[in-house]
Design a protein around this ligand. Sequence first.
Ligand SMILES: Nc1nc2c(ncn2[C@@H]2O[C@H](COP(=O)(O)OP(=O)(O)OP(=O)(O)O)[C@@H](O)[C@H]2O)c(=O)[nH]1
Ligand SMILES: [Mg+2]
Length: 442
Amino acid sequence: MNEEKKALIDQENEKFASALEKLKGKLNEKNSSLIDKKQKKKTLSIKMGIVGVGQAGSRVAEVFSKLGYESCVINTSSQDLEFIDIPDNRKLLLEGTLGGTGKDLELGREIFSENYDKIQSFIDDIVTPSNMIYLIISGGGGTGSSSVETMIPMMFETGKPVGVIYILPKGTEDAQSKKNSLETLSKLAKLSSSNSISSLVVVDNSKIETIYANLSQSKFWESANAAIVEPIDVFNHLTSRPSRFTSLDPSDFGKIISTGDCSVYGVIEVDNYMDETALAEAVIESLNSNMLAEGFDLTQTRVGGVIISGSKDVLDRLPAININYCFYMISEQTKGASIYQGIYDVDSNTDSVKIYTWFAGLGLPKTRIDALKEESKAQVLQASMKESDRQSRMSISLDEDTQSSNVASDIHKKIQRKNSSFNRLQTTTPSGNSIIDMRRKK
Ligand SMILES: Nc1nc2c(ncn2[C@@H]2O[C@H](COP(=O)(O)OP(=O)(O)OP(=O)(O)O)[C@@H](O)[C@H]2O)c(=O)[nH]1
Ligand SMILES: [Mg+2]
C-alpha cells in the first residue's frame, strides 16, 4: 500500500472514530434523560394538582412541576410568566393591568372575579387527574393574595380537598406587603374554619431567611422554594413505598393533610446519629429553629407525621433506642397528638439521617401575627410621616415680610423693565409708536 493510500485510510478511520464518539455521547444523553423521566414517574400517595398564582406561587409551582406534579400557573404579569419553566399551555395571563397589580388587592380581586369562567376551565386539566388540589400564593404581593376569594370557592366547588401553601413576607419587606399578608391570612383562616380549606400550610420567608442566612440573593429564592416543596414531596413519595422498618401509610398521610386549620413542617439533618440522644435533641432543636414558619403553639397539634430517612447502611446501624427517644420527644412536645411515624431507606451517599416533621391542626401563628401587626403599624406610621414631610418639603412658606418685599421687588422690576432698552425699543420708534403697535397697524 502506498503512503498516500495509507494516509487516506487513517484519515477516514479518524473521522469514523470521532463520529462514533459523538454517537456514544448522544446515546448517553438519551439514556440519562430516560432515567430522569423514570425518576419523575416515581410513585406518590396522593395525586396533587398544583395551581400557583402570582410570582412566588408560580415559582413554587415550577418546582412541583419539575418533580412531576400536574401544575399550572396564573399571573397578571406576562414578564413574570415568561420566566416560569413549565409548558405554555399551563400558563394563564390575566390581562387588565400594566403587569402585576402593584400590591393592589382591590384591583386583583376585580380581575379574578371577572375572569372566573376562564380560570375555571383553565385549571380543569389540573383538577381532573388529582386527588387533592393545592393553591400556592404569597401574602405580600397583590396578584396571589387577591386571588383567594375567587380561587378557593372555585377549587372547593370541584369536590376535591383544597390545600393552600401560604408564604409570609421577609422581615425586611415594606408595610404594604405585611398589611396584605395579614389581610389575606385572616381571609384564609375564615375559609379554613368553614372547612373550604383542608390544609393551610404556612411558610414564612422571614424564617427561611434565618435558615439560609448565608446564601446569595440569587440563590435564595431557589433554595427557599426547594425547601418549601421538598418535605411535601418526601412525605408524598415515601409514604407510597413499603418500608423494611416502619411505614407511614398513604391514608395516614391523607389524615395529616386533611386535618384542617394550619400546618407547618420542616426538616433537619443529623450527622451524629449514633449518639443515643442525638435524634431527640435534633428534634427539639428543629421544632424551634428548622420549621419553615414560627409563632405556632405546637402543643395544639392534632395530627402529625414524622419520617426518618437515611441510606440503608446508616439505618442498619442506627440503634432502635435512638429512634424511640426521638419519637418520644415529639410526642411530648405535641402533648400526646396522634403522630404517625415512618422510617425509610433512601438512595443517599451521605452519612447522616434526615428527620422530616409535619404538624397539622394548629391554630394561627399568633406571635408571628402580632409581630407582623407591629411591624406594619410602625412602617405605616413612618410612611405617613414621610407623606406629610413631603408636603412641607415641596412648599415654601411665605411670611409677611417676604410677601411685602416680594411685592416691592415686583414693582421695582416693573419700573426697571420700563426703563430697559428692550422696553424702550418696544415702546418707542422714530414715529413714536411701539414695534408691536406698528405690526398691529399692518
Ligand atoms: N418563597 C418565595 N417567596 C417569594 C418569591 N418571590 C417573591 N416572594 C415573596 O412574595 C411576596 C411578593 O409577592 P409576589 O408573589 O411577587 O406578588 P404577586 O402575587 O405576583 O403580586 P403583584 O406582583 O403585587 O401583583 C414577597 O413577600 C416576597 O418575599 C419566591 O420565589 N419564593
Ligand atoms: Mg407579580
